[in-house]
Design a protein around this ligand. Structure first.
Ligand code: ATP
Ligand code: MG
Length: 221
């Protein structure tokens, strides 16, 4: 199994009370799976994705990616593991301001040692597929919100991850740009990369094989 999430829980403390932002969630994914998670604001979607990406430690439960238990790795190991296996597209803006679009996209490729050391042509082909080649040498300050988002999506693809985890990837895109991105992600999915996408957008969900609904930290029917 590519991803296995078992009895995952994350407790937070607020107003002198403990509550479970993610409450006993289990599911698994294999190569080629495409799952969408939907649910109201505050239902725990980002908290769940952050744990799967190894960015947040669960209160309880287990996550394995390719049979590796994420929480048995130390910080440095988990970063390297994420770089090699997981493409994460976080909610909100996350580009480095002092790098051009092209360099933002290529950066993750150079964070771990790789046998093939050329990312330029792949980065350029991704820019072309997303129809934003004109942004190649632009800095984030001179891009629109939707353009930054698309660059962040391409950055998650550069290392050819086995699983892509995306938190509302099309939230600031118009219908046409959103369809371009979904076409690119679907193509990558068909080539064998699993997709786990949180979205409020029914059009995005319509591309997926499975929709999981989240409410108050749990998956509901
Ligand atoms: N660090 C934190 N400390 C305390 N509570 C938190 C923390 N992070 C998130 N929460 C709470 O956990 C719940 C789930 O938050 P989460 O960000 O996972 O929601 P979400 O489903 O992604 O919402 P949205 O659709 O608005 O992005 C919310 O009630 C939120 O206020
Ligand atoms: Mg969220």
């Amino acid at each position: 199994m590519l991803l296995n999430v078992k009895n995952l829980r994350k407790d937070y403390y607020r107003d002198q009370q403990t509550f479970s932002a993610v409450n006993n969630v289990s599911f698994s994914m294999k190569k080629n799976d495409f799952i969408c998670i939907m649910g109201k604001s505050g239902s725990g979607k980002t908290t769940l994705l952050n744990m799967i990406a190894g960015l947040l430690t669960p209160t309880q439960g287990k996550i394995t990616v390719n049979e590796t238990n994420l929480f048995e790795l130390n910080d440095q190991q988990v970063s390297a593991f994420r770089n090699q296996h997981i493409g994460y597209i976080p909610q909100g803006s996350s580009l480095l301001p002092n790098l051009t679009a092209l360099d933002n996209i290529r950066l993750p490729f150079y964070l771990t040692k790789r046998s093939n050391n050329n990312s330029l042509s792949y980065a350029q082909s991704l820019l072309k597929k997303a129809k934003i080649s004109y942004l190649q040498d632009a800095y984030p300050a001179n891009m629109s919100g939707g353009e930054m988002r698309r660059v962040a999506i391409l950055r998650a693809l550069i290392c050819r991850p086995q699983i892509i985890i995306a938190d509302e990837p099309t939230s600031d895109l118009d219908d046409e740009s959103s369809a371009d991105i979904m076409q690119l992600l679907t193509e990558i999915n068909q080539q064998g990369t699993a997709l786990l996408i949180v979205t409020h957008d029914n059009d995005v969900a319509s591309y997926s094989q499975t929709i999981l609904k989240m409410s108050a930290g749990k998956f509901i029917d």
